[in-house]
Every structure is written in C-alpha cells, then in structure tokens.
Write a protein that binds this ligand. Structure first.
Ligand code: SF4
Length: 353
C-alpha cells in the first residue's frame, strides 16, 4: 500500500517543544511514499486521512486530547485514529474511552530510530535526540520506569540526528549519565559548534570530576539541572554542586529541582531548600503530581496542607525570581535564619489573606 494520506495532530495544549513522536512517524510514512500533514488542534481538512495520529502529553491535558479525537472522528468517521504519547502510555485504561480506534502505549519500536522530520516545524531551531531510553532507577514519583522500563536503546553516536542548520542540540535522555557510551557522546558534542541542553537534567549521584569537566567544556544552552528529592541525597547533591562549580560552572546556573508534596514534609522541604541556598545554587520547587492526575495541582499529600503548598507558590512569586529561589544574599539570610518552614515561607501571611 502506498500514497496514503497521514494526518499528525498535536492537541491544543501548551508545550515548548515540537511533538517528537509525530515527527518520527512523519519520517516513517514519508519513506513509504505517504503524504503527511501536521496540524495543531482541530483544523478543517478537504480530504479524509487514511490514518490520523494524535499525540498526548501530561495526563491532565487529556481533555484537549479527547476534544481533538472527537473533532476528527466527527468530520472524518472513516479515518483510523491512533492515540499515542505520555497520557496514552500512563493511562491506557482512561484513554480507551477517548474515541480513538487504537491506543499505543510506550515506545514504538518501528519509529524509534527514525530521524525527526523538521520540515513540519520549519521555525524550530534545535536537534532533539535520545542517546538512551528508560532509566535504571525506580523513583516512585516518576513515570519513566513504567513507560520505558530499564535503561535501554543506548547509542554511542548522535551524528545522524544533528541538523547542520540548527544552533542547539537538545538531549531528551531521562538519565543521560547512565548511558555507558556517554564519553563517546561528549566527544561528539564537542565537535559541534552548537549549544547543548541536557533537557531532562542530570543525575547528581553520578556526577564525577571527569563528567563535570566534560560538561563545562561544552557550550551550554541553559542551566544545568539536578534534583534533590530526598534528604538521603544530601551528600550526593552537595558534592555534585561543588564538583560542577570547581569545573567552572557558575552555581547561579545550577538549578536544583526540589520535590515537595510527595512523601516529604514541609520541614523536610525547608531543610533541602536551605541546604541548596547554602551551597550557593538555585532551588526550583517542584510540586508532586500523581502519575495518573487528571487535574493539575489538585493533589495534596497527607503530609501537607493546601495552605502550606500555597505558601510556597506565593513565596516563589514574592521572594523568588522566575519561580525559583536563587542564592542571593537576602534570601540566603532569610532562609538560614528562619525558625522553620512557616517562618521561612511566611505561612502566617498567606493564612491571613
Ligand atoms: S532517576 Fe530520574 S528518570 Fe530515573 S526514575 Fe528517577 S526521576 Fe525518573
């Protein structure tokens, strides 16, 4: 079968990145001689596509996904609609009521190695790639082990995925430093005069001097992101910040994602935030969302109250910068000298409102 009409749909939710999976599917179909069109949201068409692929992102954007499926099913009832992406992988039991004819969960082996078809997003200026999938760790709050499993599909070269005209290379690996070929990849990254973004962050527990030197030798596109999810990682995170800083990366450019509203407590969050500021890095609070959340920001952990969560959100706006807590002197002093969570994040003021 050839020359089929393929429609790729990204529902109307916010994302700063092009739909990676759809761009791979485009390459797959174009190589088979099919016609491919890419749209965002609901667009009227003058033909009936043979196949409509709809992607999905966070579980709480399911309504936009269902809306797209309903629209195309109404206007093109003979088209086969296939739903994939993160929501479909995390909640296939929910997604099966979306109206799609087929739900695809997890990584699709047929398209995984396809280069992205950037002709569909001509204004985009970054080569997005994975040097590995999955992750060797099993953090309970993370969807990766459930969707992609253990570390797999590792690559030792990225050259075929780099577009010459792009100014950036964006690594989407969940845990890049677990890739046994990381030094070969570092070497290739150094060969390009392009800015590099370790978009999903790097694992603080795996940062060594050698790795820090490799990272600091690159033309970095953005901040370096690590995570401090639990107090048990205190030494590893403190050490990682020191090593990165010694290698020449400014602590102002080290963002530490600080999970809260999970199994932690406000006191624990306060301690981790204070640690980060005392180490001189930037704390970026990250509110925990259950993996199957169908509404964003509605979950409150038994260890937290809604007032405590709102106090953090308010503090991010009032004493933070860009939603983060940078280690500027006034803020370091305030947090260091605070008696505890309430004092640091001015819970009383929020309660009084
Ligand atoms: S290390 Fe990162 S990617 Fe791996 S399971 Fe934990 S949060 Fe997920």
């Amino acid at each position: 079968m050839s020359n089929r009409n393929i429609l790729l749909v990204q529902p109307k939710y916010y994302t700063q990145f092009p739909p990676v999976g759809l761009l791979k599917i485009s390459t797959y179909h174009k190589r088979r001689g099919d016609n491919v069109q890419y749209v965002q949201g609901c667009q009227s068409l003058e033909y009936d596509p043979d196949i409509i692929y709809v992607t999905s992102l966070f579980t709480w954007t399911w309504r936009q996904v269902w809306e797209s499926i309903k629209y195309y099913k109404t206007w093109h009832p003979s088209s086969k609609i296939i739903l994939g992406g993160i929501y479909a992988s995390v909640m296939p039991d929910h997604a099966k009521y979306s109206g799609a004819d087929q739900i695809r969960s997890g990584i699709c082996d047929k398209v995984e190695n396809m280069p992205l078809d950037y002709t569909l997003v001509p204004d985009w200026d970054g080569s997005i790639l994975f040097t590995s999938r999955g992750c060797g760790r099993k953090c309970g709050f993370c969807a990766v082990p459930k969707i992609e499993g253990k570390l797999c599909k590792t690559r030792s070269s990225i050259k075929e995925y780099i577009i010459e005209t792009h100014s950036r290379i964006i690594l989407f690996d969940n845990n890049f430093l677990l890739n046994p070929h990381k030094y070969e990849i570092f070497q290739e990254l150094n060969e390009y005069d392009k800015r590099v973004d370790f978009n999903q962050g790097i694992d603080a527990r795996l940062i060594t001097e050698k790795i820090a030197n490799q990272i600091s030798g690159l033309k970095l596109d953005s901040t370096i992101r690590i995570a401090y999810d639990s107090r048990k990682d205190h030494d590893a995170v403190g050490n990682a910040i020191k090593i990165l800083s010694d290698a020449g990366i400014s602590k102002r450019n080290i963002f530490v994602y600080t999970l809260f509203n999970y199994t932690d407590t406000p006191a624990d969050f306060f301690d981790r935030t204070r640690d980060i500021l005392n180490w001189g890095a930037v704390s970026y609070p990250m509110r925990y969302e259950p993996l199957r959340a169908i509404t964003k920001n509605s979950y409150v952990s038994p260890n937290w109250t809604i007032e405590e969560i709102e106090a953090i959100q308010a503090a991010r706006r009032v004493i933070g910068y860009g939603g983060a807590f940078p280690a500027y002197t006034g803020l370091v002093d305030k947090i260091t000298n605070a008696f505890g969570f309430e004092d640091a994040f001015e819970l009383r003021r929020v309660k009084e409102k």
